[in-house]
Design a protein around this ligand. Structure first.
Ligand code: RB5
Length: 141
């Protein structure tokens, strides 16, 4: 599994923690394409990650900012991307199973570290169910 992780300056610490967690727990190839602490504009980072997903460079992406909202809005402006902002694991799981979301956004100023790990685990473990959900995803596209 190839996972991109990106962030703005509000989420550098959480990014490092989650990148290490994902690499260890999922034996995943984690590519850090986020800020290393410098102040950046989240729309550029979100859209670059979204385009990399569509180009097949990564399977899924995790985008972190203060609330998760800015990253999510920006990523969803890229046609073909389904990004969700989650503050609990249930929605993260269903966003994969039903919506085939490719991008998970989390607010570093909203959720704590352990909850963020649980949200990521739910997202990365779940599988798209297809069937009637594929029909609905096709309608969105
Ligand atoms: C940066 O201060 C903040 O606006 C950003 O991290 C994010 O929360 C935007 O949605």
């Amino acid at each position: 599994m190839r996972i991109a992780i990106s962030n703005d300056h509000a989420a550098t610490d959480l990014k490092k923690i989650l990148a290490a967690h994902i690499a260890e727990k999922f034996s995943a190839e984690v590519t850090d394409i986020g800020s290393q602490g410098e102040a950046v504009d989240y729309p550029k980072y979100a859209q670059s990650a979204a385009k990399a997903i569509l180009a097949g460079e990564h399977d899924l992406a995790i985008l972190l900012c203060g609330t998760g909202a800015g990253m999510c809005i920006a990523a969803n402006k890229v046609s073909g991307i389904r990004a969700v902002v989650c503050s609990e694991p249930y929605t993260a799981r269903l966003s994969r199973e039903h919506n085939n979301a490719q991008i998970l956004c989390i607010g570093a100023r909203v959720v704590g570290t352990e909850l963020a790990k649980a949200i990521v685990d739910a997202f990365l473990t779940a599988k798209f169910e297809g069937g009637r959900h594929q029909t609905r995803v096709d309608m969105m596209e």
